[in-house]
Ligand binder design. Structure first.
Ligand code: ZN
Length: 451
């Protein structure tokens, strides 16, 4: 019989303790530490793959470093975010809020990929999955569905089926005999993930693991999971919008900051050919408080519609509400507008929203945010043919952005007539049909948007 010992895990950050505490010393959250019973690992029950090749040492000359063989997923956007396809033996965690479409993305990939896929589902019945697959309109005769959550029952199927790719939907539903706590608990997630990672490394089978994200934006359960896997992808978007962004947060085999853009349709997720066209409504109505920001995320250049509403605060404390943009940056911009341009915004409610339900991390959006805010304050419509790109510094200067040529090209391609950017770029006044207007600081922006 395996030895049983008591361990306490913080359900928030995954920190491990030998005794219970009211507050987690690691993440400072209260009442998150929970006792979990963990039995000592029984080695005989360990990952039972007979196809595992024996351990072997290589001299450096024998290792081919120039070409890691990549498996195309059959999905252009997913391949891009993975850094050029799947690496054999890699483990990819796909996180996202419940209902955002993680299972759709994985099922669609499983159907499109020209390889043998074993899809392990603890979330839906095979009937539900089959119905969903027929809606998606793809068919992969090499796809097998296994409705199972018990890891020790999954391994023999893997051995028998010998899949080329494994999908786990989801890690929160899996459990292993080696841990006695409930599925979805920190120790279950950690242990099942560890066993799957071991399987991937020994067999060379790439494994996709779906993980739900909590309201606070964490992969439910431990942060440690993110450290264990090779790649962390996040699927984001607003359930009420049709667009989704697939973002790479960590990638041992490629660059992060890559994004893939999808449109959720009745036939599943479709690639968006010109993302700027959908993120920015071309003939948007002539309202104040809207500005077109030109941003770069990964290798992508995009034009996003930035909306702001500024109105006198009804109650004592003015509200600051922001969707799709960093609230700290918004506060900084508001402070700079107050200090350097004389706008008394501390008594105003300020709402900022990025259209399409996207979250933008590029600070190059600052200028568009500031322009949208001033447009709302002054109730002055910004001509829809104007695009904005620039970072705002604490001193109020408009700072240069990376890849400015790409941004200018994107604005030109999408029919904009003028782009406002940092004077630091020292550019010509005109590129093709696009006028270039340089701004040194926030006061110049303010005088531009004064009524
Ligand atoms: Zn903690």
């Amino acid at each position: 019989m395996a030895k049983v010992k008591k361990i306490y895990y913080c359900q928030h950050c995954g920190a491990r303790y030998s005794q219970w505490m009211g507050q987690c010393p690691s993440c400072k959250k209260w009442n998150t530490i929970v006792e979990e019973v963990v039995s000592k690992r029984d080695l005989k029950q360990d990952v039972p793959l007979h196809s595992i090749s024996p351990a072997q040492a290589f001299s450096l000359g024998e290792i081919n470093t120039t070409q890691t063989r990549r498996i195309s997923t059959g999905n252009k956007e997913l391949d891009l975010v993975l850094g050029g396809g799947l690496v054999p033996g890699s483990v990819i965690l796909l996180g996202g809020e419940p209902g955002i479409g993680k299972s759709t993305l994985m099922l669609q990939t499983a159907l499109q990929i020209p390889h043998k896929v074993l899809y392990i589902s603890g979330e839906e019945s095979p009937e539900q999955i089959a119905m969903r697959a027929s809606r998606l309109g793809f068919d992969n005769p090499k796809l097998k569905i296994l409705p199972q959550t018990h890891l020790q029952k999954i391994f023999p199927v893997i051995e028998a089926e010998k899949p080329e790719i494994l999908v786990i939907d989801s890690i929160q539903t899996l459990y292993t005999d080696h841990v006695e706590s409930a599925p979805g608990s920190v120790s279950q997630i950690r242990e099942t993930a560890a066993e799957l990672i071991k399987l991937a490394k020994q067999s060379g089978i790439p494994v996709f693991i779906i993980g739900h994200i909590t309201k606070e934006g964490y992969i439910a359960g431990p942060k440690v999971l993110e450290h264990m896997v090779d790649t962390v992808l996040q699927f984001e978007g607003d359930r009420h919008h049709q667009y989704r962004i697939l973002r790479s947060l960590k990638n041992r085999f490629g660059s992060t900051h890559e994004i893939g853009i999808f449109e959720m349709t009745s036939k599943g997720l479709e690639t968006v050919e010109n993302p700027s066209g959908v993120l920015f409504r071309e003939q948007y109505d002539q309202y104040s408080g809207t500005a077109a920001g030109v941003i770069v995320e990964g290798m992508r250049t995009l034009i996003v519609e930035t909306q702001a509403l500024v109105s006198p605060a009804v109650y004592g404390t003015p509200q600051r509400s922001v969707t799709g943009y960093d609230p700290k940056r918004l506060n900084m911009i508001l402070a700079v507008l107050e200090k350097k341009a004389g706008y008394r915004l501390s008594a105003q409610d300020v709402f900022v929203n990025i259209a399409g339900g996207f979250r933008i991390t590029d600070p190059g959006l600052d200028l568009a945010v500031a322009a949208a805010i001033l447009s709302s304050v002054e109730n002055k419509v910004i001509p829809p043919q104007s695009a904005w790109t620039g970072e705002i510094g604490l001193t109020g200067e408009i700072r240069p952005v990376s890849h400015v040529e790409k941004r200018i090209a994107e604005a030109g391609k999408n029919g904009f007539e003028v782009i406002y950017l940092s004077a630091h770029h020292k550019l010509e006044n005109q590129v093709n049909d696009l006028k270039i207007r340089s701004l040194s600081n926030i006061s110049e922006l303010a005088s531009l948007l004064k009524r």
